[in-house]
Design a protein around this ligand. Structure first.
Ligand code: GLA
Length: 648
């Protein structure tokens, strides 16, 4: 804190506490809440609110702890109030910090880049500070706002581990430090870079929430705590608890090159293959024929569509398909009507050449009038056609931080995120049945903050199944399957040229929200028939995969096989999926050891996939976990196996 004379520091002393038998809520920010469907986690939910004061500054701090004992979750947020008579400036505020007075630890973080997000890194905490974070205005492709501290021997199924996860979508810092006495501290909160937030007398400021969890039996259990917490206590709305529609997205099918007629053809093909929804991605508005123009002009290009949007949507609906649409609400192209009318709405520093990303600038969402304008533009589209899904994209970071109307530029990055949340919330309120999917150049803003508004996020612009194994593996440490946008695309893949079997692409996308992103007219009759079967299989397995418990059975960064398992919430159905990442001469068999089964119970193979196990054969739970399932060696690269067991 910095006071009006420029003196730094604060000295907060205990003043009062309160215990409530419900979870606290936060104003204008996302938070963990009571479930909407009576899910585990609600029972025993409490809050502890501790008030601290610094009398010299006239500052009050409320430390907010939320407790979900059933899921081993504790949340933490901080609300600061200026109860004094002079202005105070917040120069740095973290939301949570944990101290470990002794012991040796590893820290796990999730780094990446565009099209290769959330690689897991594990290293020993040593003397000094190790920190990751984002100063890019969004949580970023580079580091996810999530870390795990673990005892050195901790693995998937055994050992102690603690996690911290930021419920926020902007700049952050997460750190692990070993100090002079060999004590370890982990902490998480807002980044202090370009942050300096004034509080006038009477003002208050909320530091975003951190979700913390603990497991004494390895990373798998820790992840399952977090999966339930995010799925049932962060995500909201009708679709949070429903299997999502199987969609066909137009992006990798035709990029900017489509018409109303070609979209109708896609819709007919999607229907024929058994899908539920057509999504019209980028390119339908203004004069957007490539990525250099029209962001901000959310008016339908009727010439390109050959009629009104309503006419197109009605045609798609008449085929029995839902319709979805793409927006990039936070952005502005210099070649747009909006920029010509309101150039001061773009975040640029006067006198400095703006940094462009994908040819575009970022709108100043710290200004309420900008958010309101974009909201009315989006409503104009959404009110006039039966649109049931919106993909909310954000294809660049913030580089130039200057708001034409802000008195204090140190507020802009935080207020920007509040602006994003306000627009998302207004859309949720006005269109409660709308399914929203987040996206930021793929998975550049994959965080618990966005998931409060959009129950799914496009996991990565990389749709190659083999790269996705690693991306989805890393993501699964903190986030449930139901949040990971994943589609089957063409082979050779358009991001890396890799050739993979259609079945492998399908089982990998089934470990996410599942859909397709290709042009069906280029498929052979056999491929079409295979897709029909995949969709039928997915419909049977989806409730288990999306709403059951998830187990990582191998590590795709070091094992030849990448395998995972989903057990239905009542424990009776078990789906095992495995993908071979390597093939060699005289290959040895890989064994996949199942987890989480009942040792005493028997399990019947009801769908053996390509495992060579006999349908209807019965195996004991302990045998499947201890002995494992041998995967028969097959010719060719990237073979996959998916099988279903039912508990006898
Ligand atoms: C981003 C998204 C893609 C697609 C394009 C459209 O890259 O991640 O899925 O929507 O934008 O421009």
């Amino acid at each position: 804190m910095r006071d009006s004379r420029g003196v730094y520091g604060c000295d907060l002393r205990y003043s009062a506490y309160e215990i409530r038998n419900e979870k606290y809520v936060l104003d204008n920010l996302p938070y963990v809440h009571k479930s909407e469907n009576g899910a585990p986690g609600d029972e025993g939910m409490q809050s502890l609110l501790i008030t601290l004061k610094d009398d010299r500054l006239g500052l009050e701090a409320e430390l907010c702890y939320g407790v979900l004992p059933q899921l081993d979750i504790i949340t933490r947020s901080v609300v600061l109030k200026n109860a004094g008579k002079e202005r105070i400036v917040i120069e740095k505020i973290l939301s949570a910090s944990l101290d470990f007075p002794e012991g040796k630890y590893d820290v796990l973080t999730f780094y990446g880049r565009h099209a290769m997000e959330r690689n897991r890194q594990r290293q020993a905490v040593s003397h000094g500070i190790y920190s990751v974070g984002s100063t890019r205005g969004i949580s970023s492709h580079q580091y996810n706002p999530f870390l795990i501290l673990a005892a050195p021997e901790t693995c998937e199924t055994a050992g102690s581990c603690w996690s911290m996860q930021f419920v926020y979508s902007g700049c952050f810092e997460a750190l692990a430090e070993k100090d002079q006495y060999n004590q370890t501290r982990v902490a998480m909160g807002l980044s202090d870079e370009q942050f300096s937030y004034p509080l006038e007398p009477g003002d208050q400021f909320t530091a975003p929430e951190v979700i913390m969890s603990y497991s004494s039996s390895g990373f798998g259990k820790l992840s399952r705590n977090l999966h339930r917490c995010i799925r049932d206590h962060v995500c909201r709305g009708r679709y949070a608890h429903e299997v999502r529609p199987v969609l066909l997205n137009s992006w990798e099918a035709s990029y900017f090159d489509f018409s109303g007629e070609s979209l109708c053809k896609l819709a007919e093909a999607a229907k024929d293959l058994g899908m539920d929804m057509l999504v019209m991605d980028d390119g339908w508005f203004g004069s957007r024929s490539d990525d250099s123009r029209s962001l901000g002009d959310w008016n339908v290009n009727e010439k390109k569509l050959g009629g009104s949007l309503k006419e197109l949507v009605d045609k798609v609906n008449a085929l029995g398909l839902k319709f979805g649409i793409w927006f990039e609400p936070e952005m502005i192209s210099e070649d747009s009507r909006l920029y010509r009318e309101h150039s001061s709405w773009a975040l640029v520093v006067p006198g400095r050449k703006p940094v462009r990303g994908r040819y575009q600038l970022v709108l100043d969402f710290s200004r309420p009038e900008v958010v309101d304008y974009i909201f009315s533009g989006m409503c104009e589209v959404l009110d006039h056609a039966n649109i049931e899904y919106v993909k909310w994209d954000c294809n660049r970071d913030i580089a130039d931080v200057y708001s034409a109307t802000a008195k204090d530029q140190g507020k802009v990055l935080y207020d920007y995120v509040l602006g994003v949340y306000r627009l998302l919330e207004m859309l949720r309120q006005r269109y409660p049945k709308l399914l929203m999917e987040g996206c930021a150049g793929g998975g550049g803003r994959f965080d618990a903050g966005m998931l409060f508004y959009t129950p799914q996020i496009w996991c990565s612009d990389n749709s190659d199944a083999i790269d996705r194994l690693r991306i989805q593996y890393g993501t699964s440490f903190g986030y449930p399957v139901s949040t990971m946008g994943a589609h089957v695309s063409v082979s050779p893949n358009e991001q890396n040229g890799r050739v993979t079997p259609l079945e492998t692409r399908a089982v990998t996308a089934m470990a996410g929200t599942f859909g397709y992103e290709l042009d069906p007219s280029r498929l052979s009759a056999e491929e079409k028939e295979a897709i029909r079967k995949q969709i039928r299989r997915y419909r049977r397995l989806a409730p288990i995969i999306q709403y059951g418990d998830y187990y990582r059975l191998s590590d795709p960064f070091c094992d030849e096989v990448c395998a995972w398992e989903n057990i239905s919430s009542d424990g009776t159905m078990v789906v095992v999926t495995a993908v071979m990442q390597a093939v060699h001469g005289n290959m040895t068999e890989n064994y996949v050891h199942l987890q989480g089964l009942d040792e005493e119970a028997d399990y019947k193979v009801t769908d053996p996939g390509d495992t060579g196990l006999a349908a209807e054969s019965i195996y004991n739970g302990a045998a499947l976990m201890e002995g494992g399932i041998p995967l028969p060696v097959r010719m060719g690269e990237y073979h996959s196996y998916q099988l279903l067991f039912v508990k006898c």
